[in-house]
Write a protein that binds this ligand. Structure first.
Ligand code: NAI
Ligand code: MG
Length: 365
């Protein structure tokens, strides 16, 4: 049977960028014989409008069954006054939680044509291609005790950094598997010098590494890692780190390469019966209400998220390369959506024009 894909375009520019991905999916079916069973559903504000909840139970059930979920973006000012539990973001959080997506993959990749767009020197970022694996379901954002408590005559705010061996083990395995598919180089970041959870993290990652002798494993303190990421990011290939450090380091690494409109992500969970990991792919950006409905959105982040799905859920690494090359070609030809333009007098292309150009480049590949 065909691989299955659940598409959740969501709100704002989500449906606009997803429309371009749909054309690419159709292209793969027609031209490469790679046919997907695609179903589409609601998430976020539009799901609230239709069902009174940001994620219907039926949609949740569907997400658990398919080989991969591809999501656009959720949210918008229209929903800002909703109750916390009804907010569009809760739909996304429910997906991540119930699918138990513990490994968040955030690539930082620099297309040569955009190297001068970075705030860093061109030679520091040109050709950059690294991947940060952030643990997503545990750590200080979830650990107990947490809260604001009375202590003596003042209050104290408490969060707890907490990792079990199995939580570290499973995200480390995801990172080693990824390193095996890439350049067999993994750097683990924590602060074992001052944190107990860091000591355990380093111990468990080292232990898991014995199952992956081909991978060159190194360890770095996360603060030093932040410095090295801005000094010479090309020294890294795959980085694995916890939820808090990963939050900071992945945002930092992302901005090495430029626009939010370029950044894909994947969130992976445990292997399913077919051996593929549970998976949700989505652009890093949000619903961009300031440009929604104007044909200005850059579809590349969402298109590259689909490329990640081809690679990590569908074993189509060569086709993922083909799609990324098509994006690279179009950028090299000088096409730019508005977010990729500085002050120079180049006219921006629309969302659909960018999608069409990428399709044409695919056709020529
Ligand atoms: P945002 O990512 O939507 O927008 C930030 C800025 O980047 C805006 O100026 C926007 O126009 C621009 N931008 C974002 N994506 C772009 C693209 N593909 N092409 C061109 N320009 C792009 O973040 P913001 O403004 O903080 O949040 C807006 C809404 O999105 C809020 O409701 C927020 O809660 C939601 N959001 C949803 C996320 C998700 O669905 N995963 C993630 C982040 C925010
Ligand atoms: Mg963040």
């Amino acid at each position: 049977s065909n691989p299955s894909l659940l598409i959740l375009p969501g709100d704002g520019i989500g449906p606009e960028v997803m429309a371009e991905v749909r054309r690419i999916i159709d292209w793969y079916g027609a031209k490469r014989g790679l046919v997907f069973d695609v179903s589409e559903d609601l998430v976020g504000g539009c799901a609230y409008d239709a069902h009174g909840t940001p994620l219907h139970d039926d949609t949740m059930a569907k997400a658990q069954e398919v080989d991969a979920v591809l999501l656009g973006a959720v949210g918008g000012p229209k929903y800002d006054s909703l109750d916390f539990s009804l907010k569009p973001e809760r739909g996304l959080l429910r997906l991540r939680k119930e699918m138990d997506l513990y490994a968040n993959l955030r690539p930082a990749q620099c297309f040569d044509a955009l190297a001068d767009f970075s705030s860093l020197k061109t030679d520091v970022v040109a050709g950059l291609d690294i991947m940060i694996v952030r643990e997503l379901t545990s750590g200080v954002y979830f650990g107990e005790p947490r809260g604001i408590f009375e202590e003596g005559n003042e209050r104290v705010g408490i969060n707890t950094q907490r990792y079990t061996e199995s939580e570290i083990d499973r995200v480390a395995r995801s990172a080693f598997e990824l390193a095996m598919r890439r350049n067999r180089k993994l750097c683990s970041m924590e602060k074992a010098n001052v944190m107990e959870s860091g000591v355990l993290w380093r111990e468990v990652v080292t232990e898991v590494g014995k199952d992956y002798p081909e991978v060159a494993l190194t360890h770095m303190y996360a603060d030093a890692g932040a410095m090295q990421l801005t000094r010479w990011p090309k020294q890294f290939d795959v980085i694995v780190t916890d939820n808090l450090f990963g939050d900071l380091l992945s945002d930092l690494a992302a901005m090495l390469t430029g626009s939010l409109g370029m950044l894909p992500s994947a969130s992976l969970g445990a292997p399913m019966a077919n051996g593929r990991p549970k998976a949700l792919y989505e652009p890093v950006h949000g619903s961009a209400p300031d440009i929604a409905g104007q044909g200005k959105a850059n579809p590349i982040a969402c298109i590259l998220s689909f490329a990640m799905a081809l690679r990590y859920s569908f074993d189509q690494g060569a086709e993922a390369d083909r799609l990324e090359k098509a994006v690279e070609r179009v950028l090299a030809d000088g096409l730019r959506t508005a977010d990729l333009l500085g002050q120079e007098g180049v006219a921006p292309v629309t969302t659909a024009e960018m999608g069409s150009a990428i399709l044409a480049a695919l056709d020529a590949s």
